[in-house]
Each structure stands twice: as structure tokens, then as C-alpha cells.
Design a protein around this ligand. Structure first.
Ligand code: IMP
Ligand code: MG
Length: 184
């Protein structure tokens, strides 16, 4: 696998699609067994979580539903720390077993806000599934129920994750090369 360049920044291969595929299949098994006899609702956080959420949904062998919402808390490579807009959730989730599906938890601000918003709609339960988790970047305590990969505090693209809208279509995940990482 080759390096990729976006906006003058170099990214190197980090997690290959086959490893992602295998991990998503495993999470699908775990969720199918945890929710056996239930009818969970996956809430996919657009845009980043779309590939993961759809692949995870297809990896379930129980009956389940999927729906989509859109938030915005991130610009370029730095978190603004605020959730700027919410699109959806029009579904009635009262009494439902909800699984929020995210691409990545970085500071945890987005998920904290979203989980509180969803909890206020009286679901039977709320759990969090995230493809990627950066524990070192957390600013608020969050303990995701299903984690694809724990990763260091680095900027990631591919498989849904973007840099200003680009790179979401890559099947593999790439990490920003340290030599061109911005100063903290
Ligand atoms: P948080 O509120 O800081 O946890 O940020 C969560 C959101 O920021 C995610 O849903 C992503 O959209 C975005 N994000 C965080 N880290 C990265 C990254 O490394 N690459 C691309 N997007 C990221
Ligand atoms: Mg996101």
C-alpha cells in the first residue's frame, strides 16, 4: 500500500481493509449475541460513520434497524469542541434499544452531547459502537461499549474518515505522517 497525499500532507497506511473487515465481523457477532431476541436500532452518525455503520449492520445476524443523523463538530484537523448542527433524528426511539454508531471518538465531546440528547428521548437502552477510539485524546469520560480499534492520538483518514471532505472512499485507514503533523 502506498502513501497518500491530501492538501500537501502525507498519510501512511495504518489499518488494512482486511483487518477492518475482520474486526467489523467480530463486532457484528458480539452485538448479535448481546441483543439476541431484541430488535436494536443502529443510529449512524453521518458522514464519517457511514461505511462502518452499514458494514456493521450487514454483519448482524439478528433483526435490526438502521437510521442516520448528522452532526458537525470538527473542521479541518482540529476539534472545535462544539456540536454545530443536528439533522434527524425523526424516528420515535422511545422504548428502543439504541446503538449509536460513530467513526471515531476523539475528545469525546460529540458523543457526550449526542448520548445525552438520545437518552432524553427515553430509549430502553443506549450503547455506543465506535470504529476508532483515541483514549489519550479524551476530554470527557466516555466508555464505548463496542470498539473497533484503540489508536494513538493521531489524525486518521479513510473508511469514512475525512480531511475536509476528502479520503472517505479509501477502503484502508491511513495516519498522518509524524513529520508533517501540526504542532499541538
Ligand atoms: P470528538 O467530539 O472530538 O470526539 O470528535 C468526534 C468527531 O471528530 C468524529 O466523529 C470525527 O468526525 C471527527 N474526528 C476526530 N478525530 C478525527 C481524525 O483523526 N480524523 C478525521 N476525523 C476525526
Ligand atoms: Mg463523525
Amino acid at each position: 500500500m502506498k502513501r497518500k497525499t491530501y492538501q500537501g500532507l502525507t498519510f501512511r497506511p495504518f489499518i488494512e481493509h482486511e483487518a477492518i473487515r475482520a474486526r467489523v465481523a467480530r463486532l457484528g457477532e458480539l452485538i448479535s449475541s448481546d441483543y439476541a431476541g431484541e430488535y436494536p436500532l443502529l443510529v449512524c452518525v453521518l458522514n464519517g460513520a457511514a461505511p462502518f455503520a452499514v458494514d456493521l449492520f450487514r454483519a448482524l445476524d439478528i433483526d435490526a434497524e438502521i437510521t442516520f443523523i448528522r452532526l458537525k463538530s470538527y473542521e479541518g484537523m482540529g476539534s472545535t469542541g462544539v456540536v454545530k448542527q443536528i439533522m434527524g433524528l425523526t424516528d420515535d426511539i422511545a422504548g428502543r434499544h439504541v446503538i449509536i454508531v460513530e467513526d471515531i471518538i476523539d475528545t469525546g465531546n460529540t458523543m457526550t452531547r449526542l448520548k445525552a440528547d438520545i437518552q432524553a428521548m427515553n430509549p430502553a437502552s443506549v450503547r455506543i459502537a465506535t470504529l476508532l477510539f483515541k483514549p489519550e485524546a479524551l476530554q470527557v469520560p466516555i466508555d464505548p461499549d463496542y470498539i473497533g480499534f484503540e489508536i494513538p492520538k493521531k489524525f486518521i483518514i479513510g473508511y469514512g474518515l475525512d480531511i475536509d471532505g476528502m479520503a472517505r472512499n479509501l477502503n484502508d485507514i491511513y495516519v498522518l505522517d509524524d513529520e508533517n503533523a501540526p504542532a499541538e
